[in-house]
Design a protein around this ligand. Sequence first.
Ligand SMILES: NC(=O)C1=CN([C@@H]2O[C@H](COP(=O)(O)OP(=O)(O)OC[C@H]3O[C@@H](n4cnc5c(N)ncnc54)[C@H](O)[C@@H]3O)[C@@H](O)[C@H]2O)C=CC1
Ligand SMILES: CC(=O)C(=O)O
Length: 304
Amino acid sequence: MKKSRIVIIGTGAVGSTTAYTLLLRNRMDELVLIDANADKAAGDALDMNHGMPYLGGAKVWAGTYEDCASADIIIITAGAAQKPGESRIDLLKRNIAIFDSIIDQVLLHTRDAILLIASNPVDIMSYRSWKKSGLPANRVIGSGTLLDSARFRYLIGQKLHIDPRSVHAHIIGEHGDSELPVWSLANVAGTELQLSAEDKNEIFVNTRDAAYQIIQAKGATYYAIALALDRICTAILDDEGAVLNVSTLLQNYRGVSDTYLGIPCIIDRNGIRSTLELDLTDQEQDLFTQSADKLKNILETLDN
Ligand SMILES: NC(=O)C1=CN([C@@H]2O[C@H](COP(=O)(O)OP(=O)(O)OC[C@H]3O[C@@H](n4cnc5c(N)ncnc54)[C@H](O)[C@@H]3O)[C@@H](O)[C@H]2O)C=CC1
Ligand SMILES: CC(=O)C(=O)O
């Protein structure tokens, strides 16, 4: 049987934490680490290999783009990260140049892998990767608002004293400042959430601004995104049909086309099987349209 292989490009804080998370959870047979700083990737691989007596038997090595040839999933976490006070969009120029060269090098070796993008601004980087690669959109996935939805569910759970795994609630739109909460559909076991308008506002603001708070406190966020990326990889490798709020190409989705945004998607071995159309209120629809317009305006400023 073919061995399952995940390649991670960019083994900084997010990439190395994701590698470690995948390894601890025994998600694949082979894990390849690539970084522009080859010493960093080599050091991470060595460090993780020294834990092998206590792990599940996966092979881990610092590799090259040639190793993408038989990858099932290529996770891209390379590039600049926000400094305190910077927005995700502030990273755009730096990360577009890095991405263009990464996608070119990946395509020299494979057109079969699923690309899973996490670098910011993630919706724009995912769109760019899809457009530049010419791969089918179902195989170019952004982490989107999966992390934001996890933060949202955690904060709702805290307020209600309910396990976040039992909270069903979505953040959609940009992974960034224009994202929106879908309060009208949020529920626990199908029942309406018992939260005041003030509680809801506090929960949403803390969700939207979580990255700013964490970056201010310790310089970067990486544990929760690593778990979110692990969740997407599992949905793919185990052919789950899981519903996850990832960033995908929208075509005629609630009036939005030709941009990547976070919405609920069904994910299986082929990547994104289909999207689920949420029944938004008028106010939610307005916010969703505004989020899409913001990203489309930015996309229009980019060269081809
Ligand atoms: N989608 C999400 O929810 C999240 C996204 N991020 C984003 O992930 C990205 C990475 O963040 P961190 O790991 O904290 O940054 P980092 O600075 O710790 O790591 C970035 C790594 O990319 C490498 N790199 C740069 N150019 C490269 C190239 N051309 N080829 C290969 N590797 C290259 C660097 O050497 C470095 O090791 C950032 O854009 C950040 O904003 C971070 C957290 C959550
Ligand atoms: C950095 C980032 O995008 C996040 O933690 O949400």
